[in-house]
Design a protein around this ligand. Structure first.
Ligand SMILES: NC(=O)c1ccc[n+]([C@@H]2O[C@H](COP(=O)([O-])OP(=O)(O)OC[C@H]3O[C@@H](n4cnc5c(N)ncnc54)[C@H](O)[C@@H]3O)[C@@H](O)[C@H]2O)c1
Length: 339
């Protein structure tokens, strides 16, 4: 039987590359589309090294309808799409909102049009826990209210969810919205991982780069939040656990053709503060990381972690890797980067 072919937009990026590995491991055939605005082509070789399978990749912009039409002519229909392609830096989105609205929204509707033209009926959308804004109670469930977005980035995810929901309601399409919490770590082979450009926006690469001496000290943005140690709390999930949730989401749509649209929190269910994470990193790897307290960042919320019961029950998925494992994998990846 031929393998199911899945289009992964942004598939050369951090989560996309790990998802390509998870898809291959589960017997799917991923096809990547990426414009390499935030990825390196060497990722493709690394995926091949890990899986023993070469992955077809098209270097094109998902906002470019003309090139997407060429893709359609070459590939025809897909068994599913996982739409990762987007810009993701919360702080940058506050500085450059139009860049974020343009890329994150037009890439989505161009992909939806491509799906319609090619009779592709299943899509998994990369959403984010930022759609919940500053939650009133914790942990957040999928029924928690969608609050005012704290940044243009978060708003692109809220609007993206709405665009997809409206399209799916129109018939002939199934969609799963995965609301990711905070992905960290790397593939245990250390062949793929997070590759931030410039000063990292996310905590994990900032920690690993500081541990390696690339950065003088880690900046912790604010220590007077209303949390036990004053630093922000997030739900950090190993990127391979997150990647595997995409496979489960595709399988869920295949097994439940009556499902039109559904949302799932993808986290671990545990919240850790920035200082707790730093301590976990130092313990797991036996290295010290110098840090300083910096001003709070625009768009950061105080604390959030997931209720994952719905994903555990319906998707038959549960995060299985520990925080320490993620810390070790992230550090091994960082150390291997210069070799
Ligand atoms: N990493 C996180 O903390 C996090 C959390 C929640 C949600 N998300 C979402 O998950 C998705 C993937 O995130 P990631 O961490 O892997 O980011 P990433 O930047 O590593 O990956 C995104 C990929 O998309 C590509 N891309 C961007 N715009 C494109 C376009 N118009 N056409 C083609 N390719 C394009 C980039 O080159 C990159 O390879 C994004 O939608 C992001 O918003 C990420």
């Amino acid at each position: 039987m031929s393998k199911k072919k899945i289009l992964i937009t942004g598939g050369a990026g951090f989560i996309g590359s790990h998802t390509a590995v998870a898809l291959i491991n589960a017997g799917y055939q991923p096809v990547i589309v990426d414009n390499f605005s935030n990825a390196e082509p060497s990722v493709l070789e690394a995926i091949e090294k890990i899986t023993g399978t070469s992955v077809k990749c098209y270097n094109l912009d998902c906002c470019d309808a003309k090139n997407l039409n060429l893709l359609l002519q070459k590939e025809g229909s897909f068994d599913g799409v996982i739409h990762f392609a987007a810009f993701k830096a919360v702080g940058e989105s506050v500085q450059e909102p139009i860049k974020y609205y343009k890329n994150n929204l037009s890439s989505l509707w161009e992909i939806l049009e491509l799906m319609d033209k090619s009779n592709t009926t299943k899509i998994v959308f990369s959403s984010s826990c930022t759609v919940y804004g500053q939650p009133d109670s914790l942990p957040v469930t999928e029924a928690s209210p969608i609050k005012e977005a704290e940044s243009p980035y978060a708003y692109t995810k809220q609007v993206g969810e709405q665009i997809l929901t409206d399209r799916v309601k129109n018939g002939g399409m199934q969609g799963i919205l995965l609301r990711y919490f905070n992905p960290i770590g790397a593939h245990p082979s250390s062949l793929i991982g997070e590759l931030p450009q410039g000063i990292p926006n996310n905590l994990m690469p900032f920690i690993t780069q500081t541990a390696k001496g690339i950065r003088k000290e880690l900046s912790i943005f604010g220590d007077d939040y209303d949390t036990p140690d004053g630093t922000c709390i997030r739900d950090y999930i190993h990127v391979m656990d997150l990647a595997e949730a995409h496979v489960k989401a595709l399988q869920y749509m295949e097994d439940n053709p009556e499902t039109a649209i559904d949302h799932f929190n993808i986290g671990t269910g545990n919240g850790y503060s920035v200082l707790e994470c730093l301590n976990a990193f130092e313990r797991a790897n036996n290295v010290k990381v110098p840090y300083q307290i910096a001003p709070k960042r625009a768009g950061d919320i105080t604390q959030i972690w997931a209720d994952t019961e719905k994903a555990n029950r319906l998707l038959d998925w549960k995060a299985s890797r520990t925080l320490e494992e993620a810390m070790r994998d992230a550090w091994n990846w960082e150390q291997k980067l210069s070799q």
